[in-house]
Write a protein that binds this ligand. Structure first.
Ligand SMILES: *Cc1c(COP(=O)(O)O)cnc(C)c1O
Length: 748
């Protein structure tokens, strides 16, 4: 196949063709030579349902997976074409952040390991909005990703199916996207159509995983995905094995990525009882051996509760099934002797809403968290009662990232150094990367490693200059905080830390301070006022520092626009310090932290999510962990945390925080800054002041950033970076998938 494909690429006539046309022709040639690999008869498959897939650019990744990236670049060079020109083809962002990116890494690793794992999702017409700044304010524009064509998917009209809503049918038309590895698995994305035109259901990606907007449409999206995927899985089973549904679980596992596709459970029962005459009890029994649930967040606003009124009017049959599921759950709880209080914690139905998390926990065979500490929190707190009754249900699978995109593709230079040191076997089995640890005291290898970091930093600087029109301070330390904008992730805390450092610089308190760049990248949900205020605040700080000759040769703040996967590929390779500073207990895992680690950045972070495991694997002494632990945060919460008392303890912190209220920076009359200030010092109807404990951790944070600044530039610091990279194999999604396959799906 490889030879034939390369010949075809060789024979492509490139003359006079534009980049987009060439891109489509090349991609088309690859697609014509691919065959999807369905599960073999008798082979157990896993089906992954996710409302988001943040795939990123497919062109380079697919050629890499096929083993023809270098050869293709060479052929194109001979034709006078620079393959990097295709970087102008923007990537489709059919996801908001970590959850969607994880789904993409997950499928990549499954194909890479040769496992039959198939993705289901929605083919949004517009992905996550394109972001620009105007006077430091976020502006949103539609992400028209299809304007570059869509050569990487195949529409399958023959497999379209109707999805029933109270107000009529919507057609779900699948588009299959190849996920290439040892086999070619399909990611099946459904477009919603009514009378031949696109229906609103697949028009827009829900622009947040935590706001109230567009609830009804969101419900329709979730059911649309669930019904299309379940219909597809059931049809395939019936074609292959007939209607003995008690055998379904022997050939299929269905993994629910967070609560968004949990209605799939109700749809399963509905379909089996109404179309195939299976009894309710048997349908529920088979569901218990088939469905699996991954929890990605404990933020209460992200655990979905669907109002009964809305369900009854949109999906009357599903509503009836949910009532029956609740009633049967209640009978089972009484039989088990659960107290009233326990029943209230566990119930699918609660007042006028159904809980998707409780439904998932009741039915699914396994419930997993995505980092050790997160799974512990699920067991000890969020799902404590359920865990008491069925402890064996609760397992952990720490997230991972694919080293193919996040090392081989985004850092060919570092990958080549690894090849030179330990050969190329690590490219097949990532565990081999551990061998790099042997070179941690080899001065020559460390020097090469440092030179590569410098080169990637220069490339990052070029990229930023082209896109943003600013040049990074040369040879500066690059501290990066790139992720969705959310209060719990505490970009605001970093902003205060920068203000404190800036003041110390001006007072001459930091004579040996090494030039430092603070790089931010983040989108705010359009309706999330505080997050938008934080973006504006950081942009104001960036401007003030850039204009201040007393500091602007030593300190720089850059907020890049339109942060997405292709940007992340540049940033993780060029950064020195990965800022992962969420309030302990609130970042389930994080995966950005893993990408930075794999590219040799140290983590400056709190004891949260996978940061803890990163520090365990690479050694605490090789990372910069600071701040309150989960236990301490819990104690503060219970003991009545007095934000203002903490604030008053530290004069520098007080001055930094006051800039939100004293007119130092202008929010253009929006009221953003005073609202942020009030949320910190007074609180709001739903929380007390400083809900995310910034004032507890900020003094430690500033100290830690300055310690990094002092240590940077020594061989010891380079060694820390190197050891992080060499210890990162565990955070490959190959390892995550292997654990899902062995412990949850029991594949093979
Ligand atoms: C990895 C990634 C994320 C997740 O980052 P976290 O720091 O784990 O929140 C979000 N967005 C993009 C584009 C990513 O590549």
């Amino acid at each position: 196949m490889k030879e034939k494909l390369l010949k075809e690429i060789e024979s492509l006539d490139a003359d006079g063709k534009g980049t987009i046309e060439l891109y489509n022709e090349l991609s088309g040639a690859v697609m014509r030579n691919l065959t999807f690999t369905p599960p073999a008869h008798g082979e157990k498959a896993a089906h992954y349902l996710s409302i988001e897939y943040l795939i990123g650019r497919m062109f380079y990744n697919n050629l890499l997976e096929l083993g023809i990236l270098k050869e293709t670049e060479e052929i194109l060079r001979r034709k006078g074409i620079d393959a990097s020109a295709f970087e102008q083809i923007e990537d489709a962002a059919l996801g908001n952040g970590g959850l969607g990116r994880f789904a993409a890494c997950f499928l990549d690793s499954a194909a890479g390991l040769g496992l039959p794992v198939y993705g289901y999702g929605i083919r949004y017409r517009y992905g996550l909005f394109r972001q620009e700044f105007s006077d430091g304010f976020q502006q949103e524009f539609p992400d028209d990703w299809q304007s570059f064509g869509d050569p990487w998917s195949v529409r399958r009209d023959g497999e379209a199916r109707a999805v029933q809503f109270a107000d009529g049918e919507v057609l779900a038309v699948p588009y299959d996207v190849p996920i290439i590895g040892k086999r070619v698995n399909a990611l099946r994305l459904y477009r919603a159509e009514k009378n031949g035109a696109e229906d609103r259901i697949s028009e827009y990606l829900y622009p947040a995983d935590d706001t109230e907007e567009g609830k009804r449409l969101r419900l329709r999206q979730e059911y649309f995905l669930s019904a299309a995927a379940i219909g597809d899985c059931v049809d395939r089973f019936v074609r292959e094995y007939g209607e003995e549904f008690d055998r379904f679980g022997a050939y299929n596992a269905i993994q629910l990525n967070d609560t968004h596709p949990v209605l799939a459970i109700a749809e399963w029962v509905r379909l089996l009882t109404s179309r195939y005459g299976v009894s309710f009890k048997d349908a529920v029994q088979t569901a218990r051996r088939t469905f699996q649930y991954t929890n990605h967040t404990i933020l209460p606003e992200a655990l979905e509760w669907w109002p009964k009124r809305m369900l009854r009017s949109e999906l009357p049959e599903v509503y009836e099934i949910l009532r029956k599921l609740d009633a049967s759950q209640r009978r089972a709880m009484r039989r088990a002797g659960a107290t009233e209080q326990e029943q209230a914690a566990l119930r699918i139905s609660n007042g006028d809403a159904f809980s998707m998390a409780n439904l998932a926990v009741d039915i699914c065979e396994h419930v997993n968290g995505v980092a050790k500490i997160h799974s512990e929190i699920l067991r000890n707190s969020l799902f404590r009662t359920a865990c008491r009754y069925a402890p064996e249900k609760f397992v952990n699978v720490t997230n991972g990232i694919t080293q193919r995109r996040w090392l081989m593709l985004c850092n060919a230079e570092l990958s080549a150094l690894i090849d030179r040191c330990i050969g190329t076997q690590w490219r097949e089995r990532i565990e081999g990367l551990e061998e790099m640890r042997k070179f941690a005291s080899d001065g020559r290898v460390l020097a090469e490693f440092a030179a590569i970091k410098g080169e990637k930093k220069r490339q990052l600087s070029e990229y930023i200059a082209k896109r943003e029109g600013v040049r990074l301070l040369p040879n500066a330390i690059v501290y990066a905080q790139v992720k969705r904008l959310h209060e719990y992730k505490r970009q605001l805390m970093t902003a205060f830390a920068i203000l404190e450092i800036c003041e110390k610089l001006k007072r001459g308190e930091l004579p040996d301070f090494k030039p430092s760049v603070f790089l931010f990248g983040a989108k705010s949900a359009p309706s999330y006022r505080r997050a938008k205020g934080i973006i504006k605040f950081i942009n104001e700080i960036a401007k003030a520092i850039a204009e201040d000759d007393a500091v602007n040769r030593r300190l720089q703040v850059v907020f890049v626009t339109d942060y997405k996967v292709s940007y992340a590929e540049k940033i993780v390779a060029g950064a020195d310090v990965s800022l992962q500073v969420s309030t302990a207990g609130l970042e389930a895992s994080g995966t950005g932290n893993m990408k930075f680690m794999m590219n040799g950045a140290v983590t400056c972070g709190t004891l949260d999510g996978a940061n803890i495991e990163i520090a365990e694997r690479a050694g605490k002494e090789n990372n910069y962990i600071f701040g309150a632990s989960v236990e301490e945060i819990d104690a503060l919460r219970r003991g009545g945390y007095d934000a203002n008392e903490y604030l008053a303890r530290d004069a520098a912190m007080t001055r930094a925080v006051r800039t939100l209220a004293d007119g130092t920076f202008s929010d253009g009359g929006t009221g953003y800054f005073s609202e942020l200030y009030e949320s910190l010092t007074e609180g709001a109807s739903w929380h007390k002041g400083d809900h995310y404990f910034i004032f507890r951790d900020l003094p430690d944070y500033v100290e830690t950033l300055l310690r990094i600044n002092r240590e940077y530039g020594t061989e010891e610091f380079t060694r820390k970076q190197f050891v992080n990279m060499a210890s990162s194999a565990y955070f490959s999604s190959d390892r995550s998938i292997a654990e899902y396959a062995a412990n949850i799906w029991h594949l093979r």
